[in-house]
Design a protein around this ligand. Structure first.
Ligand code: 6PG
Length: 239
């Protein structure tokens, strides 16, 4: 695992650097393979990043957007990660509707929705059950408890290693989430983490010894590139 850590002076610099890195991955992927695939994270940190990417003039017809996790709510619900990404980015650019691949959340059963998205991914990437297709970029956030995607501490989702997508659980609320081996299959995983409240969890995630089921972001150790982009408030004590 080749982990690169960059600590940016403030949140604006963090977002600018994250955008720059993602744009470089977009250009490289389209040049090499004719398309770019990315899985988005939710929460608040990526909102200015999505707004910044939306200002770029990109070959949107060659860009495919997935989600790495989703709350089990309709897309028009205020908590929807899909809704947030559409408002801040996708509704502002000329990306074909067919290139936007939201996680299904209206089947009434999270396990059914997870299986449906897994099948959609397998069809898109032409892969068989048991294969883990490589997205170009997995964009990850980290909660102050060390979770990423919807892989929350001490939940069943952390034990799933033979699927692409599973059911996560936050305080009893169901989520749909990529599994950690699927995230690890990516060509490039980029964490974007800001704020002093993330410092304690970051210390555990970066510690030589700590429990991965307590700090699930430790499970993200891709064969490809791993970038941790941090603002100083979150990362200034990491040596
Ligand atoms: C979600 C996200 C989640 C998020 C972290 C950090 O669905 O909420 O995918 O994993 O990245 O909770 O959230 P903030 O960026 O809001 O701190």
């Amino acid at each position: 695992m080749n982990r690169k850590v960059e600590i940016l002076p403030d949140q604006a610099a963090l977002i600018a650097r994250a955008k720059e890195l993602i744009l470089s991955k977009i250009n490289a992927a389209i040049e090499q393979r004719g398309r770019f695939t990315i899985a988005l994270s939710g929460g608040s940190t990526p909102k200015p990043l999505y707004e910044a990417i939306a200002t770029e003039n990109l070959p949107w017809d060659k860009i495919h957007v997935f989600w790495g996790d989703e709350r089990y709510v309709p897309s028009d619900h205020p908590d929807s990660n899909e809704g947030m990404a559409r408002r801040t980015w996708l509704d502002r650019v000329d990306i074909p509707a067919a290139n936007i691949h939201p996680m299904p959340t209206t089947e009434g059963d999270p396990a059914v929705s997870a299986a449906k998205y897994e099948q959609e991914l397998q069809e898109f990437f032409h892969c068989s059950p048991g294969e883990f297709p490589a997205l170009d970029v997995m964009l990850q956030g980290m909660g102050d408890d060390g979770h990423t995607a919807s892989l929350f501490p001490h939940t069943e989702a952390l034990k799933v290693s033979d699927r692409l997508v599973t059911v996560g659980n936050k305080d009893g609320n169901p989520r749909i989430t990529f599994t950690y081996p699927f995230i690890n299959a990516a060509r490039c995983v980029i964490f974007v983490v800001a704020g002093a409240n993330k410092k304690p969890a970051l210390a555990q995630v970066f510690a030589l010894q700590a429990d991965s089921f307590t700090y699930p972001s430790r499970l993200i150790q891709p064969q490809g590139e791993l970038w941790w982009l941090l603002d100083a408030a979150a990362g200034d004590e990491l040596k």
